[in-house]
Write a protein that binds this ligand. Sequence first.
Ligand code: GDP
Ligand code: MG
Length: 206
Amino acid sequence: MNYDKKCQLLIIGDSTVGKTSILTRYTTREFNQNYLATVGLDFFKKDEVFNGETIRIKIWDTAGQERYKALTQGYFRNAEGIMIVFDVSNLDTFENLKYWIESIKTHINIEKDHIPTIIIGNKVDIFEREVAKEDGEKFAKEQNFEYFETSAKSGKGVDECIQFLVRKVLKNQKREESDLDSIKIEEEEAKNNKKGKKKDKCCNKD
Ligand code: GDP
Ligand code: MG
């Protein structure tokens, strides 16, 4: 299938928070109750239409190495948007968000490179929460990130948060394109000016 643009995202967070389940739900509409630690899939892919353009969305998933906190520079390469996930029924995974944010920041400059980042509280179908929605929202706000809640099990919120992130990335791509365009125009103008000056010189001589 053909596509107009590409969008590359990555997902990060403690092991068992539901990262693989969120991506499986998004791409196949399915949910697996069993722990999928060794799916061995590096990335998930889905084509979706935004504003009449087909976008190839590629989302990198950790293949279990997050358990050893062993994510490499390569994992972060070319990421245009980031999802950081915790499990609302497990306080530890919420407290570890700080670690994951630090870890991302050692590899990429989120602010300077305008990498849109969202925080996702997953497993909201579980009645006994250890993290209230307000606490998730407050933390995300402090970090300057958007906050979403999902259930990979029921599907609630999954499409919305990924589509939000893709839209942000597409906006960035557009801005970069127009920045490039204006640089090209400036270069063109500078060249023309130079030519003009040369001409002036030559003509003055004559
Ligand atoms: P990962 O290690 O972050 O990739 O987590 P997985 O996607 O492998 O999920 C870990 C476990 O949590 C699996 O048993 C899933 O079935 C379960 N799980 C994932 N998402 C949800 C959810 O939204 N609700 C519930 N109740 N369980 C979930
Ligand atoms: Mg996984």
